[in-house]
Design a protein around this ligand. Sequence first.
Ligand code: AMP
Ligand code: MG
Length: 416
Amino acid sequence: MATSTSSARTAKSLITVDDALSRILARIAPLESIEIPLADALGSVLAAPVVADRDVPGFSNSAMDGYAVRGADVQSAPARLSVVGSVAAGTMPERTVGSGEAMRIMTGAPLPQGADTVVRVEDTDNGERAVTITHATPTGMAVRRAGEDHRRGDTVIAAGSVIRPAEIGVLATVGRDRVSVIRRPNVAIVSTGDELVEIGEQPRPGQIRDANRYSLSSAVRALRASPFELGIARDTPEDLRHALGNAAFGDLVVTSGGVSVGDHDHVKPVVDSMGSIDFWSIALRPGRPLAFGDLRTKRGTVPIFGLPGNPVSALLTFELFVRPAILKMAGHTKLHRPRAQARLLDRIEKPTGLRMFARGIYDREAGTVRSTGPQGSAILGSMALANCLIDLPAPLPAADRGETVDVVLTDLTEDH
Ligand code: AMP
Ligand code: MG
């Protein structure tokens, strides 16, 4: 009875994961566009549609090595034709092809006037002066017609498309050596804590190595955004203010630690004094405290996320809240990971009233998922073992072995 009263009271001051995310996304807008060399555009979002500067292909050509002929001459086999020349890719045919004639042709070579069909070399005796067609061939066979891929002026890649290797190829085909894309976000990373030391140091009693700076910067890099690391801010308002002053050169700031209500948690008051901040208690395990707001700078305001310090909470709240924000800034519209349903192989206890993202190992073939083991928010190894997050709804006290659960496939991306 006492438990349910206290959890009902807590639940009132908590906001849901979905609420937090929609408040965040409402305040994030895509960055401006810039022109960059095509070779650097992989993973960026195209800012303006690209149209074909010419028909693609630009001329009718052969899809096979063989003989260019008139279709009417090869409707039945065998057929005997005289060979009137040869044409290779990159050259122009020296004459036309008349009835009863064939011209040797290589893949990609322009189709000679008069011809409308290519008989592949395997369907002939490969003759030099005269050729015997051994298989009847339908008219139009093995011919790539001018403009069949795109017409000049057609949009070949729409604005908003994510540039993958295939898009790079299409853009190269239409001669775009520079493209207009949404700029990549620069993300400032600040660790906070008097106990933190650089990773090359031997921690003295009471000290730990700064893991979050590295995990969070690489999470930024995995989104093809650019992290810049501002090191460790000590647990004083002055040190934090100094670090955040430099951080404001970024498009977005991510801090870890110092957002709880301990005596040395300065993120909220300091950001409040340098802009504005909302401090949220999210109905989430792990990662309940999260600060989100704006840092005032000379260039305007920059969104800031104060993530919890526990290494699992920091990475998990990055995944849930910062990742979609960075993707939105970079112009993406698919902001969320793919999901799946799976049969749970072991029981997972959870706090009633909090949505829990348990670290899991998903087996796609078997359609199952199991827990990585102990789920404490300091057990970063659980994150390293996991290939998914098991999304357990707030109202449940536990999820039982055999139940069907929702999993977030953190090893996969929608399209970037
Ligand atoms: P805090 O949110 O500052 O109260 O930190 C919560 C826990 O996370 C404490 O045990 C911290 O020592 C730990 N922690 C905070 N920052 C980091 C970091 N950058 N790397 C590893 N652990 C951290
Ligand atoms: Mg701390």
